[in-house]
Design a protein around this ligand. Structure first.
Ligand SMILES: CC(C)(COP(=O)(O)OP(=O)(O)OC[C@H]1O[C@@H](n2cnc3c(N)ncnc32)[C@H](O)[C@@H]1OP(=O)(O)O)[C@@H](O)C(=O)NCCC(=O)NCCS
Length: 172
């Protein structure tokens, strides 16, 4: 195809962050095989990973992928879909870094509430998540059955919600 003389051509340059040994970085990824490997190692199901609205973040310690989180946004609400840190790497703040990154990703995509599903919310409560009704999560995200990859997921988990509507607000 001929390019018009005045057409602006852009070269897409992939920017890969330098990963320094011992440094923790959380990056958006399209490497779903790596995300799946981390989830499987934690016994978390991988169904629904390829849903188009989902974005995934990987935590790297140096060059090694050590944790993953998924965020799916529907208008002004988001669901933290999965969260896992490799067993030997736990209790070093990697889970907290992933929750912070998921929160930022949700806010950046316009979400005012960040939902999560978990068997118990003890870890999530550390970050201010509070119990929510399944119907609240369903209403915000277009129906519980529409967002869950497996029908039994809702039965084994409870809903939690974090108000992120004031993220980014500068108080004067
Ligand atoms: C939950 C998980 C992501 C935390 O990752 P992590 O990197 O160890 O988390 P952090 O280092 O930020 O926090 C560790 C702290 O959380 C606590 N913690 C970890 N899992 C917890 C849980 N399920 N309930 C309550 N507290 C928990 C640890 O005891 C530790 O406490 P301390 O700071 O007082 O020592 C990780 O344990 C994991 O992958 N678990 C299996 C998958 C899972 O349960 N995912 C759903 C989470 S809602």
């Amino acid at each position: 195809m001929a390019v018009a003389p005045n057409a602006v051509t852009a070269r897409v340059k992939k920017i890969r962050r330098r990963r320094l040994a011992g440094e923790l970085n959380v990056e958006q990824t399209q490497d779903l095989a790596q995300v799946a490997a981390i989830l499987e190692a934690s016994g978390i199901r991988t169904a629904g990973l390829t849903r188009p609205a989902a974005c995934y973040l990987l935590a790297y310690l140096g060059a090694e992928p050590v944790g993953a989180v998924g965020v799916e946004t529907v208008v002004d609400a988001a669901l933290m879909r999965v969260l896992a840190v490799r067993g030997p790497m736990r209790r070093h703040g990697i889970g907290a870094a992933l929750v912070a990154a998921a929160r930022k990703a949700a806010h950046t995509r316009g979400a005012r509430r960040l939902f999560a599903l978990a068997p118990d919310g003890d870890y999530l409560r550390r970050f201010g998540f509070v119990s929510a009704a399944a119907s609240e999560l369903g209403d915000a995200l277009g129906g519980v059955s529409a967002i869950l990859a497996a029908p039994d997921e809702a039965a084994s988990c409870s809903a939690f919600c974090l108000d992120i509507s004031r993220d980014g607000v500068i108080v004067r």
